[in-house]
Design a protein around this ligand. Structure first.
Ligand SMILES: O=C(O)CCC(=O)C(=O)O
Ligand SMILES: [Fe+2]
Length: 560
């Protein structure tokens, strides 16, 4: 709330709006705050210019104040996306329901507008209106008297409001196979972190674990993570085993449920695959950000605060109960009570506790990241896994910029085993499914109109030694004769085979058939084999080579 800018005025006044429809908006109640601009100057009623500056409008009603809603009207508080202060008090008239233009009326009044001005987009496009359960509302009939509404700019996504820690909201519209009601509980305001109670049931959890264990495809099956490493080596800072489940009925059901909870329409390419994680004793994941670096690629803009796309929200599903440890910790998060304990002191405390022996027995050394993280897990904002629950947090703030407070890690397991699954949801098509348009905006790759069709591709090399498979210009995998590659692909994808730098064969997948095979053999090449099939020696530190490795790794993850 913008303290110091609040003034009160008596009397009542109604704002006439220049539209033929008679929604009663901004009715001023006795002792309610007046409209003012950023400088604190009161805006005289006849001259109210509704601009972005007016976002500092009104404080929430004083707690405990009860004001009667005039007969037949609905009284709501309207806030900007993700906010819970500086809302405006609005009266809606259900009689105008037929008009269905809630957005158009509310938007200019709060100064809600596009975050990024685009020459080819209408600057006056109204903001979308959501209720506090992530449901889009367009008619007064869908509004409940007394509830809060949220305005979401046309180029942004709804973000769950953080009203206060401990607040619980039931979400009956998010369907799932469950007995008990699904509830969203606010755990922290910064980062925006929520506990999703009863989000997955036991049967689904077990099914996902089973599918991860049964997976045989080399690229997706349960194995040590290679995130942040050179190809084929394993990560030392992420010691869980991961598997990507991309297409099973249970995984897709969970993905859809997550999108519904976020208030988003389900689009497969707006999320990575469901990633199943298994952590044994002492295993964890160092604190990190889920969003990708803005400099990560030239062919995609990761700048989500502007025209690009990046990982927007993360949901971590807890698939079992963990005996000890295994929390998800937010190392920069606000802790509800008590002063923050300094890291060194926390490590000291840990070394004097019984847990130190557990870590030592598992080979965790003093001074290691595992030790530091375990210490932080005891002293920072941390969520204990509980079968059936999940957490949601946002990696971006409501205007799309990266949220530095979203840094988190997986605490080393201290007893038992932890099974979890995560979904990284993007604020648009994810990397690998995009191209940049004339404005540098990340858009869905052309040629994919009409919907993506998923293809399980088998790549067979009959007799061309030294070949490699490329996804457009990006290295995918070494592809030697006799070693079939199994790939999840989509219509519109372009693959090619190279020997050294020479493209010897290309394929564009256009057929909407589920299982397809591409064949590489000496007698069906597009270009002759280069003279020497011996591969050029690679300089590991060459920036292009570093970039190529990065792309190959990211793509493998995102392809899932
Ligand atoms: O396992 C967890 O609790 C968190 C995992 C995580 O942060 C990730 O996979 O990005
Ligand atoms: Fe993460």
């Amino acid at each position: 709330m913008s303290k110091g800018r609040v003034s009160f005025m008596g009397g009542a006044s109604a704002l006439a709006i220049g539209v033929a429809i008679t929604f009663a908006l901004f009715k001023q109640y006795p002792l309610r705050a007046q409209l003012m601009d950023w400088s604190g100057k009161t805006i005289p009623e006849p001259h109210r210019e509704w601009s972005n500056r007016l976002l500092s409008l009104l404080p929430s009603p004083p707690v405990g104040e009860s004001l009667q809603t005039p007969d037949g009207k609905k009284r709501v508080m309207v806030f900007m996306n993700g906010e819970h202060t500086e809302g405006v008090d609005v009266l809606l008239d259900p009689e105008n329901d037929a008009v269905e233009i809630l957005d158009t009326l509310l938007t200019p009044k709060l100064g809600c507008k596009r975050v990024v001005e685009m020459p080819d987009r209408n600057p006056d496009e109204p903001c979308k209106v959501y209720n506090g359960m992530a449901q889009r509302v367009t008619k007064v009939a869908e509004v409940t008297d007394g509830e809060s509404l949220y305005l979401v700019p046309p180029d942004r996504l709804f973000v769950w409001p953080t009203v206060k820690v401990g607040r619980r909201v039931v979400v009956p519209h998010v369907k799932g196979k469950r007995g008990a009601a699904m509830e969203v509980e606010t755990l922290s305001l910064s980062p925006r972190l929520y506990m999703l109670h009863n989000f997955v049931n036991e049967e689904e959890s077990n099914q996902i674990i089973k599918e991860a264990l049964e997976m045989s495809d080399d690229d997706f099956k349960l194995k040590r993570s290679s995130t942040g490493t050179k190809e084929k080596s394993i990560a030392q800072t992420r010691t869980s085993e991961n598997a990507f489940i991309t297409a099973s009925e249970t995984a897709i059901g969970l993905k859809k449920r997550i999108f519904a909870l976020l208030g988003m329409k389900y689009v497969d390419t707006w999320a990575d695959g469901l990633q199943v994680l298994r952590y044994n004793v002492s295993k964890g994941y160092i604190d990190h950000y889920d969003y990708l670096d803005e400099s990560s690629g030239q062919d995609h803009s990761f700048d989500s605060g502007h025209l690009g796309t990046n990982r927007f929200a993360t949901v971590v599903l807890y698939l079992n109960d963990v005996e000890a440890g295994g929390e998800t910790v937010f190392t920069l998060g606000d802790i509800p009570d008590g002063p923050e304990i300094d890291v060194d002191e926390a490590i000291e405390q840990l070394r004097n506790s019984e847990e130190a022996a557990v870590l030592a027995a598992a080979g965790v050394e003093k001074g290691s990241w595992e030790e530091r993280l375990t210490a932080l897990c005891r002293t920072r904002l941390a969520v204990k896994p509980k079968q059936g629950s999940a957490i949601l947090f946002y990696n971006q703030v409501p205007d799309g910029k990266r949220d530095r407070a979203s840094r988190h890690g997986a605490c080393p397991v201290l007893a038992g085993q932890k099974w979890a699954a995560n979904l990284w949801v993007w604020n648009g098509p994810r990397y690998g499914y995009t191209e940049l348009d004339d404005h540098g905006r990340t858009v869905e790759r052309k040629g994919l109109e009409g919907g993506l069709f998923k293809i399980l591709l088998t790549a067979k090399n009959i007799d061309v030694p030294g070949a490699a498979l490329y996804y457009e210009n990006q290295f995918w995998k070494e592809w030697e004769p006799g070693h079939d590659l199994r790939i999840n692909s989509f219509t519109g994808h372009k693959w090619n085979a190279r020997v050294g730098d020479t493209v010897i064969k290309s394929w564009a997948l256009s057929e909407r058939r589920q299982e397809q095979t591409i064949l590489l053999s000496r007698d069906n090449l597009d270009a002759p084999l280069p003279k020497s099939t011996r591969k050029a020696k690679v300089d590991e530190n060459d920036p292009l080579e570093v970039n190529r490795r990065w792309h190959a790794e990211r793509l493998k993850q995102m392809q899932a």
